[in-house]
Design a protein around this ligand. Structure first.
Ligand SMILES: [Zn+2]
Length: 166
């Protein structure tokens, strides 16, 4: 088993995931004494529990969680590949998205999993300001989609260093 290190230096999107209540439909045997109780039954033709013979029924289950990331995984195919999501090590409800495409206005490779050689980035207050501005312009469509899924108030554009060890 090998370790891989990835380093990203530059602008990124930070999303704060808000846990929201939602409901799911679950088909199962709801007999509490049954060993298969509450296990999802995916076969719609199956009307009775194979263990206890109870009727398989639908129930609405209330959950609290983050649906944004799931929605993102499922729905945004066009732009999904343009951004690479990283779980924030500091805050479990933060997701960081780094560009996964070569930007026109930033010459160094910004792809997170690049296997390129050593890099040397000179950082100045002006370079950070410029890169943030370019990022917002160039990744405008991607940012808009992230804002749509996470909510504008939960999305912040930042500049920083992200190191991932897999
Ligand atoms: Zn049962």
């Amino acid at each position: 088993m090998g370790l891989s290190y990835s380093l990203y230096i530059g602008p990124y999107i930070q999303c704060t995931e808000i846990a929201t209540p939602y409901e799911i439909n679950k088909r199962a045997c709801w007999n509490r004494q049954c060993s298969q109780a509450e296990q999802s039954v995916w076969d719609n033709e199956k009307l009775f529990c194979s263990k206890c013979g109870n009727a398989i029924e639908n129930k609405k289950i209330s959950k609290v969680g983050n649906q944004c990331r799931e929605a993102w995984e499922d729905m945004v195919t066009e732009y999904k590949e343009h951004l690479y999501p990283v779980n924030s090590p500091q805050k479990s409800n933060h997701i960081i998205m780094v560009p996964n495409i070569q930007m026109k206005t930033i010459s160094r490779s910004l792809a997170f999993n690049t296997r390129s050689d050593s890099i040397n980035v000179e950082v100045t207050p002006q370079s950070i300001t410029d890169e943030l501005k370019n990022f917002k312009t160039e990744m405008n469509s991607e940012i808009a989609i992230v804002e749509k899924y996470w909510g504008k108030e939960n999305v912040t554009i930042k500049w920083g260093i992200i190191h991932e060890i897999n």
